[in-house]
Ligand binder design. Structure first.
Ligand code: NCD
Length: 314
């Protein structure tokens, strides 16, 4: 694979063909996971989480362990030299002395870029502030591809905190290159997408609509991507409390939706999807979380350049 030695910082770092290669490999792993049990034997993944995480960190760690590799890292920066004031550059340089690749999540935008610039090993951005989260996008795209076969001509609705939601920013950016995709953005006025995301859509010639009314747009959607209001990025708690329950997707709200609608959510969910929706065949968010591990297995293999036999690709 061409991806050997590369980093993944933002969703357009890989070409559509390279993404397809990853999705194909993830699909093969889903079919025969045991065949990959030794692919990363002798390799070490470092997970540097300066912000809380459940799915992203666990799925990366589970992915590496299921590939026969090993993991080191921290989930509490307070337990590492970060608490002594060490810079990202110095921490990542040190980690490179021990590990073959690193995953980093950090509250500051641009932190993964800084990390990648300071080392030779591949660095994967697992979320930099309210900016990007490209491996969540791989998860989202794989889930849609497995169900719908591709991305062209889909109408994709985003609902919730579109201002601070990095998974939204990355997913929209990735969709810019697929033909006929239409984006419907549903949020309170204060939580609309940042200007740079809007500018991206305009310059790509993508059709998009911004609205506050979910009911009106529901019947036209093929995919509904729901997000939590990102409490930790608000400047004051009162605004969070006022906006947090702006939309709650329940069975009544999806009554007039398509039968083939896919409801996605990067999770964690707070209140924005009622648990009664979980049993509906249109709820895909837990499948999506599972796919996250498989696509990360494919990504780790590709960046390390290993085959399922554990050999290095040329
Ligand atoms: C997301 C994140 O961290 O941005 N979670 C995840 O990685 N699955 C979404 C969120 O925290 O709301």
């Amino acid at each position: 694979m061409e991806l050997k030695g590369r980093s993944l910082i933002e969703p357009l770092d890989f070409s559509p063909e390279e993404m397809d290669m990853l999705f194909d490999l993830a699909g093969q792993i889903i079919q025969n996971p045991d065949d990959y049990a030794d692919a990363c034997k002798g390799k070490l993944l470092a997970t540097l989480f300066y912000e809380p995480s459940t799915r992203t960190r666990f799925s990366f760690e589970a992915a590496m362990l299921r590939l026969g590799g090993q993991i080191i890292g921290f989930s509490e920066p307070g337990s590492s030299s970060v608490s002594k004031g060490e810079s990202i550059a110095d921490t990542i340089r040190t980690v490179e002395c021990y590990a073959d690749l690193a995953v980093i999540r950090h509250p500051k935008e641009g932190s993964a870029t800084v990390a990648a610039r300071n080392v030779e090993m591949p660095v994967i951005n697992a979320g930099d502030g309210g900016h990007h989260h490209p491996t969540q996008t791989l998860t989202d795209l794989l889930t849609i591809r497995l169900e719908k076969g591709g991305f062209e001509n889909l109408t994709v609705g985003f609902c919730g905190d579109l201002k601070f939601g990095r998974t939204v920013h990355s997913f929209i950016r990735a969709l810019l290159r697929y033909k006929g995709v239409k984006i419907i953005l549903v949020s309170p006025d204060e939580l609309r997408v940042p200007e740079y995301v809007r500018a991206d859509m305009v310059s790509a010639g993508m059709e998009f609509v911004e609205t506050t009314n979910i009911q009106e747009v529901m019947p036209g959607l093929d995919v509904l991507y729901v997000t939590r209001v990102q409490r930790e990025r608000f400047f004051n708690e009162e605004d969070y409390i006022r906006l947090k329950d702006s939309y709650i997707i329940d069975l009544a709200k999806i009554k007039n939706a398509k039968k083939e609608l896919m409801i996605l959510h990067p999770l964690p969910r707070v209140n924005e999807i009622s648990p009664e929706v979980d049993a509906d065949p249109r709820a895909f968010y837990f499948k999506q979380a599972k796919n996250g591990m498989f696509v990360r297995m494919a990504l780790i293999m590709a960046l390390l350049g290993v085959t399922k036999e554990g050999e290095s690709c040329k």
